[in-house]
Design a protein around this ligand. Structure first.
Ligand SMILES: Nc1nc2c(ncn2[C@@H]2O[C@H](COP(=O)(O)OP(=O)(O)OP(=O)(O)O)[C@@H](O)[C@H]2O)c(=O)[nH]1
Ligand SMILES: [Mg+2]
Length: 198
């Protein structure tokens, strides 16, 4: 995808602050520190548009990025951040859930799984819930650069096996650092956004 324009638009803490423009949206979800913000930057060829951090729990709000003045990428707060209090964790989940639910602009959710580890119960809960909502899900297995060729094949096999019972558009090995998987992910995103894939 040719990115002619990518800009941060707004951060949202409550649903009444959502942008009013009727652009299609793609949401990026996953555990804290899995690489959501880094992957958004990689997809948009921008180094520091979405804030990244080695400290988990960096993204605490819904961050809206307008791409090519046509659609929003929405960077969601990560879940499963161990140090956050239960109340805070619940309020994050409530916000994410109410955003994803019955959102007529939402074309799909990119759910990130760290390829170095097996999928977690929290990830499966989210995936099941997204399926239940009838939302299109793309699974991105990230940090692929940390694995060797054979290790990658093994982990990818586990991931495909672990999600076999669910409905997903694609399972894509990805690395925000090397750009691996970018083209494949863009192809699926373009189809969901009904944008011509270039
Ligand atoms: N090796 C490697 N490291 C990555 C990759 N993607 C992200 N990281 C690193 O993982 C850490 C977390 O990345 P973020 O993009 O901030 O993760 P996030 O999912 O947005 O985290 P929260 O905002 O806390 O939910 C950073 O130190 C990144 O440099 C990748 O593809 N490969
Ligand atoms: Mg983030």
């Amino acid at each position: 995808m040719k990115i002619t324009d990518a800009r941060f638009v707004t951060s949202v803490a409550t649903l009444n602050q959502l942008p009013r423009e009727s652009y299609p949206q793609i949401a990026f979800a996953g555990r804290s520190n899995v690489g959501k913000s880094s992957s958004i930057n990689a997809l948009l060829n921008r180094r520091k548009l979405a804030q990244t951090s080695s400290t988990p729990g960096k993204t605490r709000l819904l961050n809206f990025f307008l791409v090519n003045q046509r659609y929003f990428f929405v960077d969601l707060p990560g879940y499963g951040y161990a140090k956050a209090s239960k109340t805070l964790q619940q309020s994050w989940l409530d916000l994410i859930e109410s955003y994803l639910k019955e959102n007529k602009y939402l074309r799909g959710v990119v759910q990130f799984i760290d390829l170095r580890h097996r999928i977690t119960p929290l990830d499966l809960d989210l995936l099941e819930w997204l399926n239940h909502q009838g939302l299109a899900v793309i699974l991105v297995g990230t940090k692929a650069d940390k694995l060797s060729g054979n290790g990658l094949a093994v982990q990818l096999g586990f991931l495909r096996q672990d999600v076999a019972a669910f409905s997903v558009e694609a399972v894509i090995p990805f690395s925000a650092h090397t750009g691996r998987g970018k083209n494949e992910l863009w192809q699926v995103l373009s189809a969901l956004l009904r944008e011509p894939a270039e």
